[in-house]
Design a protein around this ligand. Sequence first.
Ligand code: NAP
Length: 242
Amino acid sequence: MGTREIALVTGASKGIGAAIARSLAAAGYDIWLNYRSDHAAAEQVAQSIEAMGVTCTKVPFDVADAAAVKAALAPLLEVQAPFVLVNNAGFTRDALLFWMSEEEWKSVLSVHLDGFFHVTHCVLDRMARRRKGRIINIVSTSGQTGVAGQVNYSAAKAGVIGATRALAKEIARRNILVNAVSPGFIETEMTEALPKEQMLAHVPLGRFGTPEEVAGVVAFLCSDAATYITGQVIGVNGGVFI
Ligand code: NAP
């Protein structure tokens, strides 16, 4: 049994989650790598992590499915508890509210909000008993400002921001720090279809961010340099929301 701490990262088969898993691996954490369906991509990320000399345990499940979350995490939690939980899994189903189906509304709320609840609820007891831990929720500028065509996603991310602040207050006495990292436009599959030139007009830094630029802030929040930060929403958005 090693002495390394564990970081559980949801939605880490690609994009921002994969970059976070890699940067926490580089910081010396063993990784529990969650994703939903892309086994091949997850395997590649896992190999790149193990090449850094730490272990990577793949734990595929749908964060929106309470029973699946429990079934996957309970056996791991019997043996060890993570120091870090990054709630990053997410997706978008954009539509103007007028045309938004109930399924588009519910599925987005479910992955982001229920997903936050299911995974955090599962891990929290073990973390609290250790009296140390970091929970980082990946939210979005959309949840801070509201974005047309994303009423579902903006509501979900604003909800997670509220949950971040409330949970930070609940568990500060247990020495668990809870923060949100809020990316703007980041180059991933999620933003591939966006009209980039049009969006860039709104970004003071004049470019999309990289997953690594988000991951660096998450790694900082998990480090010994960030022991007095809790309940905060930290923007990584090139100035798009100030
Ligand atoms: P991405 O490239 O599309 O990757 C999404 C990841 O989440 C994949 O690993 C996917 O797994 C996983 N996932 C999706 N639904 C899931 C579920 N129900 N259960 C478990 N895993 C699930 O997305 P990204 O751009 O990296 O976004 C990551 C996070 O950052 C999201 O919370 C997103 O809302 C947020 N964010 C992104 C941007 C941006 O510009 N990209 C901006 C602000 C916030 P599989 O592919 O294996 O199914």
